[in-house]
Design a binder for this molecule. Structure first.
Ligand SMILES: [Zn+2]
Length: 55
């Protein structure tokens, strides 16, 4: 399930590594916590509509 630390005023997730467009938090598809490393996310890019890892 979702981590409930997420608020309605989320900052953008990052940028699409493919087309450098800012990906809003609403485009988040899935996020998973990894042990020790940075959290991994998959989000849909609003431009190329691909599932990417925001950077
Ligand atoms: Zn893109």
């Amino acid at each position: 399930m979702w981590d409930s630390d997420i608020q309605t005023t989320d900052p953008p997730l990052g940028k699409c590594p493919v087309c450098d467009v800012t990906i809003p938090a609403a485009n988040l598809v899935v996020a998973y916590d990894t042990d020790g490393d940075w959290p991994r996310m998959i989000a849909e890019c609003p431009d190329c509509t691909d599932a990417v890892n925001p950077v």
